[in-house]
Design a binder for this molecule. Structure first.
Ligand SMILES: Cc1ncc(COP(=O)(O)OP(=O)(O)O)c(N)n1
Ligand SMILES: Cc1nc(C(=O)O)sc1CCOP(=O)(O)O
Ligand SMILES: [Mg+2]
Length: 340
């Protein structure tokens, strides 16, 4: 499995067995990876060292299978023993220089930070990435003071190494964190405690990608958001008017594909709809959604002001249920956050 540069990670998933009783850690993390988590951390606070080692070995195998980096929280010896890609430390853990000496120059070393001062010290100290949080109060680390999106804004402005927002982040507030400048998101309970970690990760990825694309220029030189608003206004008589300049929009890579005739739903031999691949905002995704309406719902975006383009054509909202998705469909979603 080809590995991408770990620095390009967007969605960081962390284990927490207490959030998924009755489901195995490996199954939950595999679902998270399939949904788009592109870095994984083993964080185990209550298990014995032996159990953590066993989990670490199993997770190493799984992450190797998918070419996803594995980070071990707290236990540097276990990180070394299982050949993890790196380790994550807290402010009161091993000094960074010592961790580097033990793990070597190629290891990914992360450290939690709760203020800009700590972030800049981590940069100087040789951290490869930092955690920025907890952005919101969270039951996963109860009693910690939330740093709020104010620290996210500071990190966006001043931190030069990769950083990831963490703490109380869920689909209901992730847009706010992205609007504050985060480009990478880490979630524990929202992912592993979800009924469908894969769908939740897909939804996170769609929001992260959407925020990233909002300011990116298209091939035609226009901003995605501006172009989508203009095109929607032309096609739908003004839906784009719902979005105000400067709002967080979402969009996708350029280019539609295929004709409307390709849009029949994928049905497997047994007559059951099976997962198939589409390109969603420039990313190849697996989905079982059979229509635009189902896709929007699977991303947790129902009720949002949104423009949908399918294979190069804008689909009016009243046609979402009828607009069938098929293998190879190219979908671009532009949703608008806030009003006025
Ligand atoms: C990505 C990421 N950020 C922060 C943390 C928290 O680590 P730490 O401060 O060591 O606290 P515990 O996780 O050990 O309770 C993290 N694990 N991952
Ligand atoms: C493990 C951890 N570290 C944090 C930090 O700010 O350093 S916040 C946090 C908990 C994240 O879990 P959830 O996504 O369930 O809120
Ligand atoms: Mg720790």
């Amino acid at each position: 499995m080809e590995r991408k540069n770990w620095r390009d990670f967007k969605l960081y998933a962390i284990t927490a067995a207490n959030y998924h009783p009755g489901r195995s850690m490996l199954d939950v993390m595999e679902q998270a990876i399939l949904g788009g988590a592109d870095i994984v951390q083993l964080r185990s606070k209550d298990a014995s060292k032996e159990e953590i080692l066993e989990d670490a070995r199993a997770l190493r195998e799984l992450t190797n299978q998918y070419g996803v980096p594995l980070i071990i929280n707290d236990h540097i010896d276990i990180a070394i023993a299982v050949g993890a890609d790196g380790a994550h430390f807290g402010q009161d853990d091993l000094p960074l220089a010592e961790a580097r000496r033990m793990l070597g120059p190629d290891a990914i070393i992360g450290i939690s930070t709760h203020s800009l001062e700590q972030a800049l010290a981590a940069e100087r100290g040789g951290a490869d990435y930092i955690g920025v949080g907890p952005v919101y109060p969270t039951g996963t680390k109860p009693g910690r003071t939330a740093v709020t999106t104010a620290y996210v804004r500071e990190a966006a402005e001043h931190v030069r190494i990769p950083w990831v927002a963490i703490g109380g982040i869920a689909l209901g507030n992730v847009d706010e964190v992205l609007a504050a400048g985060a480009t990478r998101i880490c979630a524990v309970s929202a992912i592993v405690g979800s009924a469908s970690p894969a769908d939740t990760c897909r939804s996170f990825r769609a929001r992260i990608d959407a925020a990233a694309a909002a300011g990116a220029p298209r091939d035609d030189g226009r901003l995605y958001q501006a172009a989508a608003v203009e095109e929607a206004a032309e096609t739908q008589g003004g839906i784009g008017g719902e979005a105000a300049a400067g709002e967080l929009g979402s969009a996708a890579s350029a280019g539609g594909r295929g004709a409307a005739g390709d849009e029949a739903a994928a049905i497997d031999q047994a007559g059951e709809p099976g997962p198939f691949e589409l390109t969603l905002n420039g990313r190849r995704e697996l989905t079982t959604a059979q229509s635009v309406e189902e896709l929007v719902a699977s991303l947790g975006l129902e009720g949002r002001s949104m423009v949908v383009e399918l294979n190069g054509e804008i689909i009016a909202r009243e046609s979402w249920a009828a607009a069938r998705l098929a293998d190879g469909a190219v979908v671009e979603l532009v949703h608008f956050v806030g009003g006025g």
